[in-house]
Every structure is written in C-alpha cells, then in structure tokens.
Design a protein around this ligand. Structure first.
Ligand code: ADE
Ligand code: ZN
Ligand code: ZN
Length: 296
C-alpha cells in the first residue's frame, strides 16, 4: 500500500485561477461529480470544506474541481503533478495492481492517481486534526483529492500504457476528428448535454441525483462499502474493466464512433459520474468526521 511516506509534498501558496465560465472528466465531468458530492456531505464535512476552500470558490467545492487540470496545463511549476491524474496498466491486461502499475514514467513509486488519492487523503486527515501544523497545504490537498477521485473513475484514466489511455487512438466522434481518451473525458458528456439536457449542466446533475435515489438506489450502498479511510484500488480495478469492456471495444484506430457507441456507453459514463460523487462525499465525510478515523 503506498502513499503514506511520500516526500513529494509541496508547500507553496496555492496558485489560484479564475474559474472559467465554459466548463470541459473534462471540466463538465469534474463539476458534475463535485456537485453530486456536495449533496451528500455531512454538516461537519461541509463546514470543513468551506473553511479550506480558497475565497474565489465562494464556498462551492465544484468551482475548484478542475483546478488540478488547469495548473497542470498552464503552470510549469505544477508539471510534476501530471502523472498523478492516471494509472496505466500493461497493454491488453484488464486488471490493475498498485505495486505493478502505480509509478510515473521514471518508475518513481506511488506517483499515479491511486497513490495521489492515498497521499492527499492522508494529508487532509492528519493535517485537519493538527491545525497548527504547517506541514501540509490543506487547501491544495482538498482540491487535488476532489479532482483525483473523479479521474480514477474515468475508465481510460486506468487504460493501457501503449496507447496512453486512449490518447493515441485517433477516432471520429460523429464527424469530428479526436482521440478515444477525449471521447471519454468530454465528448460523451457534451453530446449527452446537447441531446438530453438542453445543454444545461444543472439538468444533468438533477437527473443523476434522481437516479441515485431511484433507479440506482439498491446499488448505492455497494458503492460506499469502503472500510478504510479511502479505497482507490477497487475504483481503479473497476475502471480498467470498464475500459476493456466498453471504451476500447469497437473503437479501433481510425473508426467512426456514432449513435451505437454513444447510446451504449452513455449509461456507463453517467453511472461513473454518480459513483464518483458519492464516493468523494464518503471520503470527505470520513476525513472530516468529529471522531478521528481509527488507524487502518
Ligand atoms: N497519460 C498517460 N496515460 C494517461 C491516461 N491514462 N490518462 C491521461 N493521461 C495519460
Ligand atoms: Zn485530471
Ligand atoms: Zn483525461
């Protein structure tokens, strides 16, 4: 199990960015996940989150859930964090193993999305009960954790090494040339918004919240059955299985993905967004519960 002895803690003032108006496990995906999580936070967790959020977020966790992508792209200082957004598995192996897979391109252990989730949840839980400690930047830890719990649920963030999680698989999304990774980060969600939700993200969020209490209500307890502080490993295992079964299937290089692919994959994307939101709330509720979590 990794993540507890990591030395890549960075103590800097948070580089804050204006929250962009146009959102894109693209911005829309992360926004939806954090909006769902907010609905399931306990009073204690909500108060702790609000205390840690930067002023620009105006008390809304969802406003900073894409921060980790923004700084990775736009600030050279944060380039070190790029490998923390994913964990790839050996080509065509539809399983995930922390010890084998969680490393960066230089084989530094623990530098992957599951390692990052262990690391930042540990920082938050330790730091929150020792508020005098200046050891960690808890605002940054909260923004990273909220983002990475989303990323680990995107099936192609646990894809194959050889195709960089689908990034090198060029496909058409209807008439537009793009790559398979981008289809799963952004295009499926964007097409769903246009087709079913009048391009209104709040309608999509409402529909997912309704599904959580109706259609998926029998499944929800099984999404929350983490018995530790945080459980990124089973989430990554689910993701790579979904990558094999749904993302890579019938999406060979040069293929055109249209209605058949969209209509059969959208339910997978919608359920992953909802699961991710519920599980983010679960981990934040646990970290910020008044009773410190028992040692693992
Ligand atoms: N870079 C390498 N692998 C990746 C993945 N699975 N997702 C996003 N970026 C990556
Ligand atoms: Zn990311
Ligand atoms: Zn991505």
């Amino acid at each position: 199990m990794g993540g507890f002895e990591l030395r890549w803690v960075v103590r800097v003032t948070v580089v804050l960015m204006m929250v962009p108006k146009i959102l894109g496990w693209g911005k829309e995906g992360h926004y939806v996940i954090c909006k769902i999580a907010e609905e399931y936070l306990t009073e204690d967790a909500l108060a702790a989150v609000k205390e840690l959020l930067p002023d620009q977020a105006e008390g809304d966790l969802a406003a900073v859930c894409s921060w980790a992508d923004e700084v990775k792209h736009h600030y050279p200082y944060y380039r070190w964090s790029s490998p923390l957004h994913y964990v790839d598995t050996p080509d065509f192996l539809c399983n995930y193993k922390y010890c084998r897979d969680c490393h960066d391109g230089h084989r530094h252990k623990d530098r992957c999305v599951t390692g990052a989730i262990y690391n930042y949840s540990m920082q938050l839980s330790q730091g929150y009960y020792d508020l005098n400690s200046e050891k960690y930047n808890l605002t940054e830890a909260l923004m990273f954790l909220s983002h990475f719990v989303g990323d680990v649920h995107q099936p192609l963030h646990v894809g194959f090494t050889g195709d960089v999680g689908g990034n090198t698989i060029v496909v058409r999304w209807y008439r537009r040339k793009t790559n398979l990774h981008h289809v799963w980060d952004t295009m499926i969600i964007e097409s769903a918004l246009k087709t079913y939700y009048k391009s209104d993200l709040t309608l999509m969020i409402q529909a997912l919240l309704r599904n959580i209490t109706d259609e998926w209500s029998d499944d929800v307890p099984s999404w929350e059955n983490c018995k530790k502080m945080v459980c990124p490993d089973p989430y990554a295992s689910e993701s790579v299985r979904l990558a094999c079964k749904f993302a890579y299937r019938n999406a060979t290089p040069g293929s055109t993905l249209g209605d058949d692919y969209f209509l059969s994959r959208l339910p997978v994307v919608e359920k992953r967004l909802a699961q991710s939101g519920i599980r983010l709330a679960e981990v934040l509720n646990r970290i910020f519960s008044k009773q410190p979590f028992a040692a693992q």
